[in-house]
Design a protein around this ligand. Structure first.
Ligand code: G3P
Ligand code: MG
Length: 237
């Protein structure tokens, strides 16, 4: 089972920072998930709309200029990285799931994806773009169909995973609270990979593995990799 380091090695390092990403790679993770907000001409690797929970600032990320955001500290010492910095850091050494939390300018995203291939030694299949906002994924697939997408969902709708297939997704990325064997079977019939978030307990890893889930987003990748040794190289499929 694939262990996807959720926001980097989040249980031991400040989430969505360069140190968390490096730690996840050092722990042997072959895939990492990050969250991205577009603001002031940059893609910022950060989970919340608000800075309050994880940084030394109060207020919305979008209230600060790019210059000011670079001075914000996560967990007292770390900068909020840009997607460019993360791509350079990973440098094609593991697969990356870019979860879109906020985007207006899709062209900026495409520039980053091309930068990943041309400068940072990624293969196309090492990159997947996911989002709960399926309109953004639809636009991406219509404009640049070569990029892989993962359809995020926290609900089991009446068409199960059919919406993900309709979007042209490679995977369906589901909340642990709603996943069941029936959902996995349906997704597999549609040839979708199934990844589940956020799974930090061995009993849950084991159950998900048994019902055919392909991978889990996990805050403690070192622990999970002890149970599930990872292949030397992983691409999204
Ligand atoms: O991509 C899986 C997971 O990260 C989705 O939820 O809120 O942790 O970004 P969240
Ligand atoms: Mg996320």
């Amino acid at each position: 089972m694939l262990i996807i380091a959720h926001r980097g090695a989040r249980s031991t390092h400040p989430e969505n920072t360069l140190v968390a990403i490096q730690a996840a790679m050092d722990m042997g993770a072959k895939a990492i998930e990050i969250d991205v907000h577009e603001h002031d001409g940059q893609l910022w690797v950060f989970h919340d709309k608000w800075l309050n929970r994880t940084t030394d600032h109060i207020g919305k990320l979008s209230w600060l200029s790019a210059e000011k955001l670079k001075q914000v500290k996560v967990a007292k010492t770390e900068a909020i990285p840009t997607l460019i910095e993360v791509l350079r850091q990973i440098d094609g050494k593991c697969a990356l799931n870019i979860e879109l939390k906020g985007i207006n300018n899709h062209d900026l995203l495409y520039q980053h994806l091309h930068f990943a291939l041309e400068v940072c030694h990624f293969q196309l299949e090492q990159l997947i773009v996911s989002s709960f906002n399926h309109d953004w994924l639809k636009q991406l697939k219509e404009e640049q169909p070569q990029w892989l997408i993962g359809a995020l969902s926290a609900s089991k709708g009446i068409d199960k995973s059919l919406f993900a297939k309709t979007l042209g997704a490679t995977s369906i990325n589901l909340d642990l609270d709603i996943i069941d064997e029936d959902y996995v079977r349906h997704a597999k019939q549609l040839e979708l990979s199934v990844y589940v978030y956020t799974v930090n307990q061995p009993e849950d890893w084991q159950w998900l593995n048994e019902i055919g889930v392909d991978g889990v987003f996990c805050d403690c990748p070192a622990q999970a990799i002890e149970y599930y040794p990872q292949p030397p190289h992983f691409v999204w499929q």
